[in-house]
Design a binder for this molecule. Structure first.
Ligand SMILES: [Zn+2]
Length: 419
């Protein structure tokens, strides 16, 4: 038999059920006639598709719709718990892994430490974490995983080209994870997935121009412009952490001097606080450090600043100045409606958040400034992991049916902004 004659109906069937999946998911409740109308498919095709949606558990029957005559049609209700997706975000030396349902509601979370911070150790920790988090529910999990990682990520090839903050260069991370776990893997920079999470599931969802800035050991921005993730020519758009802020500042592993991330990382905050403590008498931070200022952490600085400690406040003022310069630049360039501060530094401190707002006010152009709000991430520490799960959820209409049909070669995902 000619292969084309068999392939075409199969392809059509796959396209039709993905379409039905998408419409059911966005409508949440729909009758068969409405589904037929919105898909443009025949009643007979819709009847088969609806039966399949019911058999697979993606839809449940839920009451009767109004009828203009004749028997009222049954309403199909989308069941977001018909399948789950897994996303994981790597922050410095741990993975935050979440299981979400098809509406991206977090059902389980698991944090696992990576020791030491090599790619091999990272993959081993992830692999262990995936086993733990999927215990007892593995049959409901879509056959793929989304990852948010540090560094410049070549999304197409799944390679971390450079993660300056942790010293990784040209790490074929997607292949390493797929080899270790046997699970199809989608990967993007953690700021990009953070932006996707805010766009799809944050408290400001529907805002079409937003930026998510992840601030930790590294700094990067995920930019949603007119509802699409800005990826760039080779998926490295948004590397705000390597903007030069102080021309002759500290050397960055990227080879440049005075990069933003060298000035505002957790280590930079702690170092700056230690320098101030040498000239300081008394105060919360001074007494906390005792005779060991080398033990001060960024977290201590945030704690002391919230309680009005002068050395801590001065430290965060300087950090906010550097971040304010960079964010004012983003505002002038991209005219966002919201900037979300995320990552271990970005989401940690209300004092820092307020100081960043002040510094941005002093520097951004007034017209784009009038349109923007700056706030800490609405999804908190889960933003990156939820965003990583979005990489899977964007393909849910295909992955869901792949679980119930014979395996076939997997297509690699592009990071998209729309399902
Ligand atoms: Zn740099």
């Amino acid at each position: 038999m000619n292969r084309r004659t068999t392939a075409k109906p199969k392809l059509l069937k796959n396209l039709n059920r993905r379409l039905a999946f998408d419409i059911l998911q966005s409508a949440h409740s729909i009758s068969r006639p409405e589904l037929a109308e919105r898909t443009g498919l025949s009643r007979a095709t819709i009847s088969l598709l609806a039966d399949e949606l019911l058999e697979t558990g993606l839809a449940v029957e839920s009451g009767l719709a109004d009828s203009s005559g004749g028997r009222p049609p049954v309403i199909l209700r989308f069941d977001p718990d018909a399948a789950y997706a897994v996303g994981a975000c790597m922050h410095e030396y741990d993975w935050n892994i979440v299981v979400v349902n098809l509406d991206a509601r977090v059902l389980r979370r698991h944090r696992i430490h990576i020791q030491p911070g090599t790619p091999t150790a990272s993959v081993a920790a992830l692999s262990d974490g995936l086993q733990t988090i999927s215990e007892g529910i593995s049959e409901k999990i879509l056959p793929a995983i989304g990852l948010g990682t540090p560094g410049l990520v070549d999304i197409r090839n799944g390679v971390i080209k450079l993660a300056a903050d942790i010293g990784w260069v040209d790490v074929p991370f997607r292949r390493l994870v797929e080899d270790a776990t046997g699970i199809e893997t989608y990967i993007a920079n953690r700021s990009k997935v953070g932006a996707l999470a805010e766009y799809w599931y944050g408290t400001r969802k529907g805002v079409k121009d937003l930026i998510y800035v992840s601030i930790g050991t590294g700094v990067a921005a995920g930019i949603i412009h007119q509802g699409s993730l800005l990826v760039g020519a080779n998926s490295s758009a948004g590397e705000v952490g390597h903007l030069t802020i102080v021309p002759d500042g500290p050397l960055c592993p990227c080879g440049n001097r005075g990069c933003l991330q060298q000035l505002v990382s957790e280590e930079a905050i702690a170092n700056l606080a230690r320098q101030r403590l040498r000239k300081t008498q008394g105060g919360i931070l001074k007494s906390k450090s005792g005779h060991h200022p080398e033990l001060i952490t960024a977290r201590d600085v945030f704690y002391a600043a919230e309680r009005g400690d002068a050395a801590a406040l001065e430290t965060l003022d300087e950090i906010a100045t550097y971040l304010g310069i960079a964010l004012a630049g983003l505002i002038n360039l991209f005219n966002p409606e919201v900037i979300f501060l995320g990552g271990p530094v970005g989401e940690a401190s209300a004092v820092l958040e307020e100081k960043i707002r002040e510094k941005v006010q002093q520097r951004a152009m007034s017209f784009p400034l009038s349109a923007v709000q700056i706030q800490r991430s609405s999804l908190g520490t889960d933003a990156g992991a939820i965003g990583a799960s979005v990489l899977v959820l964007q393909k849910a209409n295909e992955l869901f049916f792949r679980r119930t049909t014979p395996a076939r070669p997997a297509a690699k995902a592009d990071v998209r902004c729309r399902r």
